[in-house]
Design a protein around this ligand. Structure first.
Ligand SMILES: [Zn+2]
Length: 211
């Protein structure tokens, strides 16, 4: 081999080495890129998981808040029911000589509340298919738990059934000065009749009687 052959051979070897090096370098860089992409993907998946976990946590917090509010509602609902008097089913009535001084007969009703309430009561029936109401002589505050008797309607000699179909009692918790141990209901229904927002409790008691 002469010098030029040596030079050619060395150049060829160098070229090969360079090609090889470039190839290796490219592969490494591809691998690195792949790894980077993989890592990126992994991190994306991780953040996806984190997001899902955060969403789950948020959903759980929301649901538990909802549960708490439902529980609170249930509690105030239960409290409201427990503080309201028990419905007697039908009105406890008695027909006897009226105390109104006209020697007539009167139908009297009797109700016993477990505790004191602010009350407003009326008798209700239908006449010519139209609703009619008449206030009943209830005091503004009715203390419990002793029975309270009230006049429902006058009864004529030939009358067999009452005209009044039901007694409607509206109730509110007592107000300051009504009783020493004041109680209240936290449910949000009107606390007194003053604002004219409606009753806190309404009890409609059927009047059933036959002579
Ligand atoms: Zn209530």
């Amino acid at each position: 081999m002469d010098v030029s052959d040596w030079v050619t051979s060395i150049i060829a070897t160098l070229a090969l080495l360079l090609a090889g090096f470039t190839y290796l370098n490219q592969r490494r860089s591809t691998k690195t890129n792949e790894r980077t992409a993989e890592a990126g993907e992994r991190s994306a998946t991780a953040s996806e998981h984190a997001r899902t976990a955060a969403e789950r946590a948020a959903a759980a917090a929301e649901s538990s808040a909802r549960d708490a509010s439902t529980t609170a509602k249930l509690d105030t609902g239960r409290w409201h029911r427990e503080m309201g008097p028990e419905h007697p089913g039908v009105l406890d009535v008695e027909l006897r000589k009226s105390t109104l001084g006209d020697n007539g007969w009167g139908l009297f009703g009797k109700i016993t509340f477990p505790r004191g309430y602010r009350v407003d009561a009326h008798a209700a029936w239908r006449s010519d298919n139209r609703p009619v109401i008449r206030p009943l002589g209830f005091p503004v505050y009715l203390p419990g738990p002793q029975p309270f008797e009230f006049f429902v309607e006058r009864f004529s000699q030939d009358q067999t059934r009452p005209v009044v179909e039901e007694v409607v009692i509206h109730m509110w918790p007592p107000l300051d000065g009504d009783q020493p141990d004041l109680w209240s209901c936290p449910c949000g229904e009107p606390a007194s009749r003053e604002a004219d927002l409606g009753p806190h409790w309404e009890m409609r008691i059927p009047v059933k009687f036959e002579r």
